[in-house]
Design a protein around this ligand. Structure first.
Ligand code: ADE
Ligand code: ZN
Length: 324
């Protein structure tokens, strides 16, 4: 089964580039930029990566991202993730990045986007991996701030495929971003959003009805509402599920109790993803391997999940066919 998973071509649709920042690279870049981080060893970092909830994680995640300053830093971070994709037979990836995490610290938008997109271009040529970028608005900040980010992104529109919504979910409902989503879609960006990770089913209703999202990041709490599940199935919206993230952030207490199989049985279109692999203990293949073991998934289930990853990607239909 492990070999089967490792050899299967797959796409990753839910990955935060700042969450792929491995400790070794973080130490290297912090040193290069003369920035002090509160850890001296990988063991100390691993000790700090114990989370009770999403906010616990986010506090540490933003601190880690704070060492990224130059275009080269963003390039190295992204290329390092793409090399891991190559080793896992990930043929296509849709990478989220959080511009506000960096522009808030005075790093220009163009430094972030140029570093990330150059790495993607090189990986396309050298590693044969295609990628799209999803610019994610931080939901703990204001809609006005998101509008500022939208404006900054416009000169780089050709490099960005979609917009996302991430960070602290509770207390920051999708409706808060109604106007900026509308404006972003007008600019040609495809809307997706985190919904129902910690927030309840109402947040998912808002994300699909008010923001008009084309894919739901996480979506675990859709299972609270039968009518919502039926509606998601009817609208053919996929869920980008992240098993190891769910246990690391205590969204699910044990992988054995993960709702993934139930989701599939209900007809929901599910994909497997790593979310923030450097923080949650595993890249995408490990997510497949661990959830397969925990839920006793069959080869046919695994094949369906990998197939969904291409089918519900933002690739053009013609491109999808190459992988299916
Ligand atoms: N930012 C990075 N990872 C996230 C997650 N799992 N949920 C919300 N925001 C995030
Ligand atoms: Zn996420």
């Amino acid at each position: 089964m492990k070999n089967f998973i490792e050899n299967l071509p797959k796409a990753e649709l839910h990955l935060h580039i700042e969450g792929s920042f491995e400790p070794e690279l973080m130490f290297k870049i912090a040193k290069r930029n003369n920035i002090k981080i509160p850890y001296d060893t990988v063991a100390e970092i691993e000790e700090a990566y114990k989370f009770n909830c999403l906010q616990d994680f986010l506090d540490i995640y933003y601190q880690g991202a704070g060492v990224l300053t130059s275009e080269q830093d963003f390039y190295d971070l992204t290329y390092s993730y793409l090399q891991k994709c190559a080793n896992q037979n990930v043929r296509h990836t849709e990478i989220m990045f959080d511009p506000q995490t960096h522009t808030e610290r005075g790093i220009p938008f163009e430094v972030v986007i140029n570093g990330i997109s150059k790495a993607c271009k090189d990986a396309e040529e050298k590693l044969n991996i295609s990628s799209f970028l999803i610019m994610s608005y931080l939901r703990h900040l204001s809609e006005e701030d998101a509008f500022k980010t939208l404006k900054e992104s416009l000169p780089f529109k050709s490099k960005i495929k979609a917009i996302g919504l991430d960070s602290s979910e509770k207390g920051n409902p999708p409706s808060k971003f109604k106007n900026v989503y509308k404006a972003s879609v007008k600019e040609g960006y495809i809307p997706v959003a985190h919904a129902g990770e910690e927030g309840n089913a109402d947040y998912i209703w808002e994300a699909i009805d008010i923001l008009g999202i084309k894919r739901i990041d996480h979506g675990n709490n859709s299972l609270q509402d039968e009518t919502l599940v039926k509606e998601i199935v009817k609208r053919n919206l996929a869920l980008t599920v992240c098993p190891l993230s769910n246990t690391a952030l205590q969204v699910v207490d044990d992988l054995k109790n993960h709702p993934l199989k139930k989701m599939m049985e209900l007809g929901l279109k599910v994909t497997i993803n790593s979310d923030d692999p450097a923080y949650f203990g595993g890249q995408v293949n490990k997510n497949y391997i661990e959830i397969q073991k925990a839920l006793n998934l069959t080869k046919s289930d695994i094949y369906e999940l990998a197939k969904n990853s291409f089918n519900y990607s933002l690739l053009e239909d013609e491109k999808k066919q190459q992988y299916l």
